[in-house]
Design a protein around this ligand. Structure first.
Ligand code: FAD
Ligand code: AMP
Length: 478
């Protein structure tokens, strides 16, 4: 007999699994379909984020940072660390254990919340029927009052550098190196390229990042992007802007990359090459030709602001739809959709999705950049505070970077918080909380911040907006 559900979710990434749990919590009979197999051939939940994205990359970023600190950051504290070595397979093994714990945790959460897991490939048919093809090839049809498509994304391939997951790898391959490449090339200076480039650079690889655009981190505030370029270059990353890769040749376990920049055609040879040129939505064999669901011109599933597709009762969330390709955006869309299916009037604030790049120092922001606001003709007041003036940052020997708060010159409402510095991701979240409640710079300035904390830099930057910073000379006078 055909199984019937209130909600069927296709994909168990941070969009899909969160949507499924939320729907079940709201009393809806929910199933989630997932096909991703781990190295043992077992279905693993959690999607890109838990298996080959956010979590494994952060595990390696943290391990490699500790190694780097032991090598270069201890002496200043009077700690002598001689003969520090790196066991790459052990580091990769630790990462694998974290992934296993977390993906297993999602299975436990499904059981605890009563979500039915259907293992296999899901395909939306007409009339909100979903075909599930199990790993053994057998199929079943389930019926759903509502369907949530959460099939995520995968790396973009470029013909000049075809991935072989040996010498030329994508982000997934770059999380699995068993030794440190001597020379590493990275195509693309986006979030993923910079994070993975940083991991292997800290472990001793000579890293060159080749980026087609002339501008570094175009989505970030220009002041922050400039600071990031300076810092990452100082750390040893060679970032070649305005350089477009046009070809590559693999020979004897090395790859020679051809690229064109202002000086004409160039070549560089690497031991490994990471292709990190973006991600694209996964819709292969997801929609039957008569499903009625439309794609947009870029191949994403077309949805409105509430993630409804062109078919009533069918929703799509996360990387497979427009907007930032971020796990937290996917999850919150999942919550919004589950709540709307349950009859609540949930909305999501797309203006306040924080962005983070987990380099060291971290780079994070929420809201608009100074350039965006000026472009929109909004008059702004800007306050900045450098970590070099923070007692807590000095104590930690981590004084690079700054906090920048941008407020509307007329209303003082905070419109953007931009940070490069220690724990930038956590600090920006404080700005996001304030902005969600419509904070003014003055409100933030009037709050009591614990001393000594890195958060005080946010406090001081907010005070600086109106010329009232205490621990730095104010550029603007009250
Ligand atoms: P996904 O996580 O891609 O999950 C989709 C799931 O659907 C997959 O498990 C897939 O197997 C399954 N699926 C697809 N089609 C079908 C089908 N037909 N039937 C059954 N199952 C199907 N984001 C952050 O916010 N912070 C970070 O620090 C961060 N770091 C990243 C680092 C790397 C190296 C990468 C690659 C990504 C990173 N991201 C990060 C992005 C983040 O991983 C994605 O934005 C997020 O995973 C999107 O969630 P999703 O649920 O939409 O899709
Ligand atoms: P993101 O989309 O943030 O992951 O960043 C990917 C980056 O890769 C973008 O900044 C692109 O400009 C860059 N990119 C794409 N194709 C090429 C190419 N052929 N050569 C160099 N950089 C590229």
């Amino acid at each position: 007999m055909t199984q019937k559900f209130d909600v069927v979710v296709i994909g168990a990434g941070p969009g899909g699994y969160v949507a499924a749990i939320k729907a079940a919590q709201l009393g809806l009979k929910t199933a989630c379909i997932e096909k991703y197999q781990d190295k043992q051939g077992k279905i693993a939940l959690g999607g890109t984020c838990l298996n080959v994205g956010c979590i494994p990359s952060k595990a390696l970023l943290d391990s490699s940072w500790k190694y780097h600190e032991a090598q270069e950051g201890f002496a200043v504290h009077g700690i002598e660390a001689k003969g520090v070595t790196i066991d790459v397979p052990a580091m990769i093994g630790r990462k694998a254990n974290i992934v296993k714990n977390l993906t297993g945790g999602v299975s436990t959460l499904f059981k605890a919340n009563g979500v039915t897991l259907l293992e296999g490939h899901g395909k939306l048919l007409a009339g909100k029927q979903v075909e599930v093809t199990a790993l053994d090839g057998s199929t079943q049809i389930v019926e759903a009052a509502n369907v949530i498509l959460a099939s995520g994304s995968k790396p973009v391939d470029i013909p000049p550098a075809p991935v072989d997951q040996d010498v030329i790898v994508d982000s997934t391959g770059a999380l699995e190196f068993q030794s440190v490449p001597k020379k590493l090339g990275v195509i693309g200076a986006g979030v993923i390229g910079l994070e993975l480039g940083s991991v292997w650079s800290r472990l001793g690889a000579e890293v060159t990042v080749i980026e087609a655009l002339d501008k570094f981190l175009p989505a970030a505030d220009e002041q922050i992007a400039k600071e990031a370029m300076k810092t990452l270059t100082k750390q040893g990353l060679k970032i070649r802007l305005g350089a477009r890769v046009t070809g590559s040749e693999v020979k004897k376990k090395q790859v020679t990359v051809t690229f064109t920049d202002a000086d004409g055609e160039q070549q560089m040879t690497f031991d490994k090459l990471i292709v990190a040129v973006g991600r694209r939505p996964v819709t292969t064999d997801l929609l039957a030709s008569d499903s009625g669901v439309d794609l947009d011109e870029r191949g994403f599933i077309y949805v409105d602001d509430q993630c409804a597709t062109s078919v009533p009762g069918v929703y799509a969330i996360g990387d497979v739809v427009r907007g930032a390709m971020l796990a937290h955006k996917a999850s919150e869309e999942g919550v919004m959709v589950a709540e709307r299916i349950a009859g609540h009037k949930a909305q999501m604030n797309y203006d306040l999705i924080p962005s983070v790049i987990y380099t060291h120092p971290e780079i994070a922001w929420v809201g608009k950049t100074e350039q965006q606001l000026k472009g929109e003709g909004v008059e702004v007041n800007v306050g900045t505070f450098p970590f070099a003036a923070s007692g807590r940052a000095m104590a930690a020997n981590d004084t690079g970077g700054l906090v920048k708060v941008i407020a509307d010159a007329k209303t003082d409402r905070v419109l953007g918080v931009h940070v490069i510095g220690p724990s930038a991701a956590e600090l920006v979240q404080q700005g996001a909380i304030g902005m969600e409640f419509g904070t003014s710079a003055e409100d933030l300035g009037m709050m009591v911040f614990s001393h000594p904390t890195l958060s005080e830099a946010l406090h001081e930057a907010a005070l600086a907006v109106n010329g009232g910073a205490i621990h730095i000379a104010n550029r603007k006078k009250r």
